[in-house]
Design a protein around this ligand. Structure first.
Ligand code: ZN
Ligand code: ZN
Ligand code: ZN
Length: 200
């Protein structure tokens, strides 16, 4: 997933990036040379196991092989302030998983009690453990998803009827499905419900 690049500017930026060879703003001087913003982002997102067995973020390149910070001598902050994991960090210095966890807790907390309703705890756990936490963040930050979860956080009870009263949306049905999977909501024949609603 790479962002579309801006046009190169060889007049203002005569020295090309050491990695991609294009004329973009240099954002870091690493032992292998000046690195542009695009290559910097890509380096931060490169994960794997380096030639010397270190597993984590591999921002360096030695003999065309990705290498860890220690092997490459690159200084880069990729240590999550919450869990210590080595990962791409958000502006608060947290990895995607911790950042997502924070957002989930925040959205599902009932402001009146300062706590998450017991019925919503399994939902919180499921949302937090999404495999791709950065996609999870993109999903959860959408206005309609945020609004939906805030509504749910203050719902008096978690029942199908409460769900039915919330605005009909894919988010609603997705969350309903998750809660059913976790046994918070009983199984219900959604197709028949829809038919009944339509027939009514
Ligand atoms: Zn570059
Ligand atoms: Zn290494
Ligand atoms: Zn973390």
């Amino acid at each position: 997933m790479s962002r579309p690049r801006k046009a190169e500017d060889p007049i203002r930026l005569p020295v090309p990036c050491n990695r991609c060879g294009q004329h973009h703003q240099t954002v870091a001087r690493w032992p292998d040379g000046g690195v542009c913003g695009y290559c910097y982002q890509q380096a931060k997102r490169t994960r794997g196991i380096c030639a010397f067995g270190h597993e984590g973020v591999l921002p360096g390149i030695i003999d065309e092989q990705p290498t860890c910070r220690r092997c490459s001598g690159i200084r880069l902050n990729v240590d999550c302030v919450s869990c210590g994991a080595e990962d791409e960090l958000d502006s608060g210095g947290r990895c995607w998983t911790c950042a997502l966890g924070n957002v989930v807790d925040d959205l599902l907390t009932d402001p009146a009690t300062g706590a998450i309703a017991k019925d919503l705890i399994p939902l919180g756990a499921t949302l937090k453990s999404m495999k791709r936490a950065n996609s999870g963040m993109t999903w959860i930050r959408q206005k309609h998803v945020t609004a939906f979860l805030r509504n749910l956080a203050v719902a008096p009870k978690i029942t199908h009827e409460i769900f039915d009263q919330l605005p009909d949306s894919r988010t609603r049905e997705y969350v309903r499905g998750l809660l059913t999977e976790h046994g918070v909501l009983p199984q219900r024949d959604e197709l028949r419900m829809r038919y009944n609603n339509w027939a009514a």
